[in-house]
Structures are given as structure tokens and as C-alpha cells.
Design a protein around this ligand. Structure first.
Ligand code: HXC
Ligand code: NAP
Length: 289
């Protein structure tokens, strides 16, 4: 396992990248590495004070320019105004990382319709708002663009207890694949990343609250036996955001140590069979032969 930066120095020189939800968690980690690689960043979310603190720390750590802009992605007018501020500061925007999300665990029948909306509006509507608003600008100005969407592996398997998130992330994946084809003629590329468990305060506090983190250690569900390191995700995101990945379009790249496949494999639970039992089973088979 390596947790150092993977791309060449300057791989994102001169690129301006917008990261929604860029003040915390994975958005921050991916942004930090993109900054290190030479990009200018616009980080956005609802809490300006969080963004401002993060922007300052990022600039202090890596140099470069990070513009914090308050923007609730659920509102199209706020997205348009955020894009105007980004353009006023940097001129051309090159990339959009749709990372903002909302999520929590609950039996679905306990949810109010407002709880469903809370997640769908941030994840699906937020992602479509940003993609549509920026896509229209790119197309009108005949500029190329790269969109990278953060989805998850249950976008295609579905998952109980996070149903609003599963519906919304599935929608994000459908949009990624659809527009990758439709907008390729405008030199706009779209891809997605489906991360498995990567510890963040935001995700862990909502998905593994209280004692759950002790009862359901996420590392135990991953064949490689551990959770992800933020730099591993940042390396992938920076590559997909760079021109090195120019021939990758409409793809969703899973980075989960094999977690979802382990859940899907009919006999994967045989992992629990101890060596002695395999020895016994083999002996029984040999006897018959
Ligand atoms: C049931 C809940 C709830 C919960 C809120 N609601 N939390 N219902 N269980 N835990 C209900 C409320 O009662 C309310 O309905 C409605 O949802 C809206 O709640 P608000 O608090 O007003 O919503 P809002 O302020 O918009 O906050 C959105 C949020 C919040 C999603 C609820 O958690 C948030 O801001 N999250 C942002 C960050 C985040 O979630 N990060 C984790 C991403 S992790 P009523 O009917 O009472 O009005 C992730 C990982 C995926 O996505 C994959 C992992 C492997
Ligand atoms: P996080 O730190 O909670 O990130 C979510 C971000 O979204 C926050 O910065 C939040 O900032 C922002 N946000 C929420 N609502 C918003 C809104 N209406 N408008 C603008 N911004 C909003 O959690 P994370 O774990 O880093 O998650 C980042 C991404 O990775 C998400 O897409 C998540 O689904 C995905 N993911 C995470 C994991 C994991 O294991 N951590 C696994 C799979 C996928 P404000 O509250 O300030 O608005």
C-alpha cells in the first residue's frame, strides 16, 4: 500500500476546479492534492466559516489559490451565483467535482417525506444543478470541461437503511453515463468514483453513530481487511480530473478493496470456514475419489 501522491508535479497546472462540499472530509482531501498538483480551487458548501478556515489552511500548506464560496447546491440560483464568482476570480473553469452529499441511516418506513427530500435534494438535485449550470456555460463558450461525480457502490446494488442515498446516487450514476455520451461532442467528459468506506467525521457520525462503529467495524467487510486512505482516493480523483485520463469517459471507478463484490458473491461467506474444516472437506473428497 502506498499513500504518497501518484501524479507528476504540475499535472493540474493552470486548471481551475470547483469542489462542492470541499471544506470537509473527502472533498477537502481530494482538493488538497489537486492544489498540490498546481490547480486553483473553488470550494463550496453551506457553511462559509468552515470553508474559509479550510481555504486558509490549504493555502498555508500548499500555496496556490483557494476561493471559498458559500453555496447551497440545492438552489440553482446559488449555483449560478457561485459560478459567476468563480469565473470573476479565475476566468475559465476547467473541472467540477460533485462531492457534496447528505446521508443518514434509518429504516425507510420511519422516514418522513422531508427526510427523503433532504438527501435527494443535496445529492441528486445538487449534482444536476451544478452540472447543468456549468455545462451550459462551457457549451456556450465552446470550452472543454471535466465533471467527476462521487457516487457509491450501492448506486447499482441498492442498499437497505440508506434508501434515499441509494436512489440519489443511482441517479447521479445514470446522469454521468448519459451525459458522457451526449456531451462528448462539446469536449465535456464525465466520470464517477464509487468509494467504499473512507473514514470521515461527516460519514462516520451519520452512518455509524454511537456504538455502531464497534459493532459493525467497516474494515471487517472489506476483503483487503482495511478501510481506505484518503490519499488513495485523492490519487484516483486527480488522475480522472487530469488530461492523462482524456480517453476515460462515462466510467465509474470503484475504490473499495473489493467490498461490494464480497457482499455480492454467493459463496463469499465461506471466508469464515477455518483451515481445519477445509482440510476435513478435502479428506472426505479424496476418500471418495
Ligand atoms: C431520520 C432524519 C435524520 C435521521 C434528519 N432527518 N436526520 N430522519 N434519521 N438521522 C429528517 C429530519 O427529521 C427532517 O424531517 C428532514 O430529515 C430534514 O432534516 P434537516 O435537519 O432539516 O435537514 P438539513 O438541515 O437539510 O440536513 C441534511 C442532512 C444532514 C442530510 C439531514 O445530515 C446534513 O446536513 N448532512 C450533510 C453531510 C453528510 O450527511 N455527510 C455524510 C455523507 S456520507 P422532518 O419530517 O422532521 O421535517 C455518504 C457515504 C455514502 O454519503 C456511502 C458510504 C459507504
Ligand atoms: P462530509 O465531510 O460530510 O462531506 C459532505 C459535504 O457536503 C460537507 O462538506 C457539506 O458541507 C457538504 N454539503 C452538504 N449539503 C450541502 C448542500 N446543500 N450544499 C452544498 N454543500 C453541501 O462526508 P464525506 O465522507 O467526506 O463525503 C464526501 C462524499 O463522499 C459524498 O459524496 C459521499 O456520499 C461520498 N462517499 C463517502 C464515503 C465515505 O466512506 N466517507 C463512501 C462513499 C461515498 P456543509 O455542511 O457545510 O454544507
Amino acid at each position: 500500500m502506498r499513500t504518497d501522491g501518484m501524479l507528476k508535479e504540475g499535472a493540474l497546472d493552470g486548471q481551475t476546479i470547483i469542489i462542492t462540499g470541499g471544506g470537509t472530509g473527502l472533498g477537502r482531501s481530494m482538493g488538497e492534492y489537486m492544489l498540490e498538483l498546481g490547480a486553483n480551487l473553488v470550494i463550496t458548501s453551506r457553511r462559509l466559516e468552515v470553508l474559509e478556515k479550510t481555504a486558509k489552511e490549504m493555502e498555508d500548506n500548499h500555496g496556490g489559490k483557494v476561493l471559498p464560496v458559500q453555496c447551497d447546491v440545492r438552489h440553482y440560483d446559488q449555483v449560478e451565483s457561485m459560478l459567476d464568482k468563480a469565473e470573476a476570480e479565475f476566468g475559465q473553469i476547467h473541472g467540477l467535482l460533485n462531492n457534496a452529499a447528505g446521508n443518514f441511516i434509518s429504516p425507510t418506513e420511519r422516514l418522513s417525506h422531508r427526510a427523503f427530500d433532504a438527501v435527494i435534494d443535496i445529492v441528486l438535485k445538487g449534482t444536476t444543478n451544478c452540472t447543468l449550470a456549468l455545462g451550459k456555460k462551457w457549451i456556450a463558450a465552446e470550452q472543454p470541461g471535466i465533471v467527476l461525480n462521487i457516487t457509491t457502490t450501492y448506486a447499482w446494488t441498492g442498499s437497505g437503511y440508506v434508501v434515499p442515498s441509494a436512489c440519489a446516487k443511482a441517479g447521479v450514476l445514470a446522469m454521468t453515463r448519459s451525459l458522457a455520451v451526449e456531451w462528448a461532442k462539446y469536449k465535456i467528459r464525465l466520470n464517477a468514483i464509487a468509494p467504499g468506506p473512507f473514514p470521515t467525521e461527516g460519514a462516520w457520525s451519520r452512518l455509524l453513530p454511537g456504538d455502531l462503529v464497534k459493532k459493525f467495524d467497516p474494515a471487517k467487510l472489506v476483503p483487503v481487511g482495511r478501510v481506505g486512505d484518503h490519499q488513495e482516493l485523492a490519487n484516483l480523483a486527480a488522475y480522472l480530473m487530469s488530461d492523462y485520463s482524456a480517453y476515460i469517459n462515462g466510467e465509474v471507478v470503484t475504490i473499495d478493496g473489493g467490498e461490494w463484490l464480497m457482499g455480492a458473491g454467493e459463496f463469499s461467506h465461506l471466508e469464515k470456514v477455518p483451515k481445519e474444516m477445509w482440510d476435513m472437506l478435502e479428506a472426505m473428497r479424496t476418500k471418495k475419489d
